[in-house]
Ligand binder design. Structure first.
Ligand SMILES: *[C@@H]1O[C@H](CO)[C@@H](O)[C@H](O)[C@H]1NC(C)=O
Ligand SMILES: *[C@@H]1O[C@H](CO)[C@@H](O)[C@H](O)[C@H]1NC(C)=O
Ligand SMILES: *[C@@H]1O[C@H](CO)[C@@H](O)[C@H](O)[C@H]1NC(C)=O
Ligand SMILES: CC(=O)N[C@H]1CO[C@H](CO)[C@@H](O)[C@@H]1O
Length: 489
């Protein structure tokens, strides 16, 4: 059984500006500021984050606000992408309650500090979950998961990773629908989220019933599909932040099979739920981990009518067996640390020439920069038509419905360990690659897999509405100016 409804209490940061932040806090901060600057080595420390940290520390105490120590070090060095593990925040706030988040966000807003938020810390976008010279809010102490059998809903606190969330509710015979690797956290939901059962239930975010949200000024609101924050509810769903192993010689056949699958299976799907991820590696093709395919079908065997093209391509290793949803999710751990990660996104309709064009450009890119990379993947995830007609996909999200099946394409660069800054030449080449492999006309990009340079929001069919909602909840554009994330709002 899969759970159809999820209450996710994401205490997150979107927007808003109410002008009446507490004057009491302000008064207290002034004295804190004096303390800070008196004991700090003068002007090189940016004032705003120091003031915000001092304010939050006064309000919440030094056990919740840390600027050094083992927990601070573990959090700062914790992100999946090495690039995001090198930042050292002015302070890290470890809220235990929504009120703590409100106080932290209210102080950040009051002092106009830069900030970042860390939930699962699995993003491939540089700076999305880390910051230097700013306040980091870490949700590592808010990891509760509970199941309500009366309403058949699960409530998640924002710091939980999906592997732990699934383990927590497994004994009830239900599962939470999140990402496709155990290490991924709740931030995924703000970007939409693809799970193995999305063809049946929709984007992971489509199953959300309710979200608790801390707006940029510290105000706490609860957004649902029908209450006064229904516009925010829609905007949050996408508005954010085994298998067979195939040799490199099968790459073109895999690319072709993927395009055909999108066109002939994903486009026709209405009620059953196959899942597929194709990871095509373009470096070290001789190595054992050349191309990897995950096939997933809700049933007792893989129908050749659906997966025949993939199953007929010669593979060097196959492991196909019935697994529970829990077991499938548990296959992909995703927690390995130590390498800088970079994502770029595209979206393609099922057309062999489009897929081969993308694959060949990626080959050219990796051939050019091979010595500076340890891996480069083109990861293909089908978004079938049923993802919108799915039982759970009843309320709108920010991503919209393009009316045609497509594949999200995640170009994933993995840099060698020890590379701590994206090399400018590789970065420029990657941007060029993205310009050579644009989305098919009318298709939205998947924001969780995009590069910081990509204008994802502009690809959403309801872009204008999303802009209006953003302006309503953050009229001073505080979020855009003070924290990293996708551009273009
Ligand atoms: C804060 O102080 C300003 C200026 O003194 C005043 O206009 C405003 O009403 C006060 N806000 C609150 C919430 O007390
Ligand atoms: C892949 O598709 C292209 C275009 O349809 C075709 O020319 C080519 O022969 C196919 N190659 C393989 C290995 O399937
Ligand atoms: C191959 O990549 C390099 C580096 O980005 C670029 O200069 C060159 O134009 C590319 N070639 C083709 C055919 O796209
Ligand atoms: C008005 C007010 O809340 N003042 C507080 C300022 O902070 C100190 C601690 O440093 C508290 O003792 C005061 O109550």
């Amino acid at each position: 059984m899969f759970l159809c409804r999820v209450i996710v209490s994401i205490v997150s940061l979107v927007a808003v500006a109410a002008q009446d932040s507490s004057n009491v806090t302000a008064a207290n901060i002034t004295s804190a500021a004096n303390v800070t600057s008196a004991s700090s080595p003068a002007a090189r420390i940016p004032v705003a984050p120091s003031l915000a940290c001092a304010a939050i520390r006064l309000a919440l105490g030094s056990s919740i606000v840390e600027s050094s120590g083992p927990e601070y070090d573990a959090t700062a060095t914790g992100p999946w992408s090495l690039f995001n593990s090198l930042d050292r925040p002015t302070c890290i706030v470890y809220p235990r309650t929504a009120l703590h988040v409100q106080i932290a966000m209210g102080s950040i807003f009051l002092f106009k500090s830069h900030y970042a938020v860390q939930a699962g810390a699995h993003s491939g976008m540089v700076g999305w979950n880390s910051i230097t010279k700013g306040v980091l809010i870490s949700f590592s102490h808010m990891v509760d998961v509970s199941y309500n059998s009366a309403t058949d809903t699960i409530t998640l606190q924002p710091g939980v990773h999906f592997g732990d969330a699934m383990t927590a509710v497994q004994s009830y015979g239900v599962s939470v629908i999140g990402g496709r690797a155990k290490d991924i956290g709740t931030g995924l939901l703000l970007g939409g989220g693809i799970s193995f059962v999305s063809p049946l239930y929709g984007w992971s975010a489509d199953l959300i019933k309710e979200m608790d949200v801390v707006l940029v000024d510290g105000q706490l609101v609860t957004a649902t599909a029908t209450n006064t924050y229904s516009d925010l509810f829609i905007a949050l769903k996408g508005g954010a932040n085994r298998f067979g192993i195939y040799p490199g010689s099968s790459s073109v056949a895999l690319s072709n099979a993927s395009a055909k699958y999108i066109r002939e299976v994903s486009q026709k799907l209405t009620h059953f739920t196959p899942g597929l991820i194709v990871l095509m590696n373009t470096i070290n093709l001789a190595a054992a981990d050349a191309n990897i395919i995950y096939l997933f079908y809700k049933g007792t065997s893989l129908p050749t009518t659906i997966f025949g093209d993939f199953l007929s391509i010669p593979s060097t290793s196959q492991s196909l067996s019935p697994l529970s949803y829990f077991d499938i999710e548990a296959l992909i751990d995703g927690s390995a640390r130590g390498n800088g990660q970079q994502f770029g996104a595209s979206s393609w309709v099922g057309d062999e020439a489009t897929f081969l064009n993308g694959y060949n450009h990626l080959i050219n890119f990796t051939t050019t920069f091979e010595t500076q990379l340890s891996a480069a993947y083109m990861i293909i995830s089908p978004i079938p038509r049923s993802q919108w007609t799915a039982a759970g996909a009843t309320t709108p999200n920010a991503i919209g419905n393009p009316g045609v099946a497509y594949a999200t394409i995640n170009f994933n660069l993995i840099y060698p360990s020890g590379v701590t800054i994206k090399p400018p030449n590789v970065n420029a080449g990657f941007k060029f690659l993205l310009s050579q492999t644009p989305p098919s006309p009318g298709l939205p990009l998947y924001i969780n897999e995009c590069d910081a340079s990509q204008h994802v929001y502009a690809t959403y069919p309801n872009f204008a509405t999303l802009q209006t909602t953003y302006h309503k909840y953050d009229p001073t554009r505080f979020n855009v100016k003070h924290t990293a994330g996708p551009i273009g709002l």
